[in-house]
Ligand binder design. Sequence first.
Ligand SMILES: Nc1nc2c(ncn2[C@@H]2O[C@H](COP(=O)(O)OP(=O)(O)OP(=O)(O)O)[C@@H](O)[C@H]2O)c(=O)[nH]1
Length: 345
Amino acid sequence: MPGTEVFPHEETMGLFNPFKKSEEKPAEPAPAAEQPQGFFSRLKSGLVKTSRVLNTDIRDLFKQEGRLVDDEFLTELYAILVRTDMGAGPAGKIRDQIKSEYRGRVVHLGEVLQTVKDELVALMQQPETPIVFAESGPTVVMVVGVNGSGKTTSIAKLAGHLKAEGKSVVLGAGDTFRAAAVEQLSIWADRLGVDIVKAEQGTDPASVAFKAVDFAVQNNKDIVILDTAGRLQTQKNLMNELDKIRRVAGKKVPEAPHEVLLVLDATAGQNGISQAQGFSEAAQCTGIILTKLDGSAKGGVVVPIRQTFNLPVKYIGVGETPADFALFNAEQFGDALFEDALGGR
Ligand SMILES: Nc1nc2c(ncn2[C@@H]2O[C@H](COP(=O)(O)OP(=O)(O)OP(=O)(O)O)[C@@H](O)[C@H]2O)c(=O)[nH]1
């Protein structure tokens, strides 16, 4: 396979942050997978904008200690809930729950927030869904999505996460369209101490996938994570390219790919989500990585994602370093949003 090269890991830990595309400033390497409490504080600060809308804006509805739950209150509460991007249906459902519990009564802030939290957690609910490893041979994970959604960054985060769990990881730098993506992933491979298979810009991404899976088989690696270039569902040739990558991976490991993870940018809003639905079906996705939850007050977007896609949200990203990444857990998410207002977990 001319032009495709394997770079087994060597101890060459770079000290600049590969996530920064333009400025190469020194950055403190962050540990790949922290203790749950460490991630919880990152999640909490990542979700601060959403948390502010839910807590501060709802608190502002209470001019005195208590407030009568009437139509005016319910309308104002609904408007606040919608601002988190949870969608009109879910916001209406939470408002109706408050209505049925408290209408005609004077309530306190804590009661309202507790009901909002409980309803929100119920709407986001799903079991934690880590990567399921193949019984034998390497597990193959493809990572797909539109441009700039955070694929390459999420691959680095996922690789760090799995390496910290003791898995041997091979990265396939299949975004051969964008030279910077290959470079970015190579730097991360070095820093994380994982192997990478990469090729010149313009090389067929399926050949990179083939080589990466082959390398993992030959060297008894646990997992191969394949990067792909950003694309839209309407770009038929690029969607066919994903099929080719699938087929090629399946030639080496019969069940591969075991997972196809769709990377979604939480800041893209509800339109972005409905567009991604077709994409996820066309690419036969098995789960979602939701990135950039720290970027906006749109943390409520997890709700329409859970409702629109017949897919679990497997991982979430709340920042640019590997430590800002973890399995999605609805209770933990709810705790991070409401802990300051409602107290301990
Ligand atoms: N704040 C924040 N930024 C993120 C997160 N995930 C990714 N990013 C940033 O989003 C930008 C795009 O990320 P990439 O990983 O390059 O996205 P990509 O999908 O590989 O991009 P293409 O290869 O162009 O399709 C980078 O600047 C990342 O640092 C996150 O969870 N939070």
